[in-house]
Design a protein around this ligand. Structure first.
Ligand SMILES: NC(=O)c1ccc[n+]([C@@H]2O[C@H](COP(=O)([O-])OP(=O)(O)OC[C@H]3O[C@@H](n4cnc5c(N)ncnc54)[C@H](O)[C@@H]3O)[C@@H](O)[C@H]2O)c1
Length: 390
């Protein structure tokens, strides 16, 4: 089977879905790789490196889609909501398309993909099991985002992070608050600590406390308890407005005392809760920085502007989308390994192995034979359940 890697076409996207290092393993698994010329260049992987590892280079995108049994992308149509639709006419019936699909985004894009007759696999729907861990692209990207959020904040803050004792006086360390201690939040804690900042974090899931503490962060305890804070997949569950209101009241003082706030409290498929209001921002010291990792879903901060950096009440609020794309070399390296593991799971002895009893296959397959087939996605969009094929 042939895996095709087109160049990413989202504006300014520099990442690439497969890196040269994973090609030998794919070849061992019976997969040949075709890469569009210059697909990896923006991430620091020149064509020559792909060729050296045994990939064939294709002159253009159409050739990749024409040749490939499986097309591996970062942002497929759906996740690429700007230029992704240009791939639709290139898709071939029976072809596999794999990558970020934004399965809980809009049903129209999923239907458009389904109508092309392709089998689309969404990496966002990867189950959170030990077996699937090597294929968990969401965690890979969240790790990079958490790191980059703190590096950006450190670069913007008019203070330095570490405590310094010098002949010219003592400098106190930067106080960094992380709201939402999932994968991104935990990486933000680790990065803030490495830079010498004092990190504290809050999450509504009680299980997060131990993880925050194990990274040397202080866990902010609030005297409220979320109802069913966590779903079966380990994701936070949406709460009602009364709960969020209480959270805002209780978080006010801690936010005001922080130099940097990184917000990463997201709920899959839902608008993110507002946890930092404009009044809370106004009480922060001038020069403080907020990095809102939830910006793409409406933001955790009331003053966040989608995909922009704004200054309000002398506080810089960074709402840029997709920070992982700003670290293309390592984002591609991690994603490439996730995709490679996924491909080796999908293909057995050179053939597609669509074992629907396997939860990794069943839960990530979104479209097949012209239909949206994923049970979770159908339920999310209120589509009737499909009859089980026997
Ligand atoms: N394979 C695996 O077992 C696996 C893989 C990935 C993540 N995880 C775990 O799953 C958990 C969630 O990680 P994630 O990165 O997917 O999270 P996420 O990106 O879905 O959400 C970020 C965090 O925000 C928190 N949050 C949401 N609303 C909030 C609110 N109103 N107030 C405070 N916090 C709020 C959530 O509890 C979550 O921890 C973590 O414990 C992570 O370690 C496990």
């Amino acid at each position: 089977m042939i895996v095709g890697v087109p160049k990413e076409i989202y504006p300014k996207e520099r990442r690439v879905a497969l890196v040269p290092a994973v090609i030998p393993n794919l070849k061992k698994a019976g997969l040949d790789v075709v890469v569009e010329a210059a697909a990896g260049i923006g991430a620091g992987y020149p064509d020559a490196e792909y060729a050296e590892k045994g990939a064939r280079l294709a002159a253009n995108r159409a050739e990749v889609f024409q040749t490939a049994d499986i097309v591996a992308q970062f942002l497929c149509h759906g996740a690429n909501d700007k230029t992704g639709s240009t791939d639709l006419p290139l898709m071939r019936k029976g072809q596999v398309v794999l990558g970020f699909v934004r399965p809980l985004g809009t049903v129209k894009t999923l239907q458009e993909i389904a109508e092309r007759g392709v089998m689309a696999f969404s990496v966002e729907l990867m189950p959170r099991t030990t077996r699937a861990q090597s294929m968990d692209a969401l965690s890979s990207m969240a790790t990079i985002c958490g790191y980059k959020a703190v590096v950006l904040a450190a670069d913007t803050l008019p203070r330095i992070f570490p405590m310094l004792t010098t002949a010219a006086g003592t400098i106190t360390p930067a106080r960094v608050l992380i709201i939402g201690a999932g994968v991104a939040g935990l990486q933000a804690i680790a990065t803030a600590r490495r830079l010498g900042g004092v990190a504290s974090a809050y999450d509504m899931r009680p299980a997060a406390k131990e993880q925050v503490q194990s990274l040397g962060g202080r866990f902010v305890e609030l005297p409220i308890e979320a109802k069913d804070a966590q779903d079966a997949r380990g994701y936070g569950k949406a709460q009602d407005e009364t709960f969020y209101q209480k959270q805002r009241e209780l978080l006010g003082k801690t936010v005001a005392e922080s130099d940097v706030v990184v917000t990463a409290a997201v709920i899959p498929g839902k608008k993110s809760p507002v946890l930092v209001t404009k009044d809370m921002v106004a009480k922060m010291a001038p020069g403080s920085v907020i990095v809102d990792l939830a910006a793409e879903r409406g933001g955790n901060c009331e003053l966040t502007k989608p995909d922009e950096i704004v200054v309000e009440h002398d506080v810089t609020i960074i709402g840029e989308f997709n920070l992982a794309a700003a670290v293309p070399y390592h984002a591609s390296a991690l994603y490439g390994r996730n995709v490679s593991a996924f491909l080796q799971h999908l293909v057995k002895e050179g053939k597609l192995n669509l074992d629907m009893k396997d939860e990794i296959i069943r839960e990530t397959l979104v479209t097949q034979d012209g239909e949206i087939v994923n049970a979770r996605v159908r339920e999310f969009f209120g589509l009737p359940a499909l009859a089980v094929k026997v």
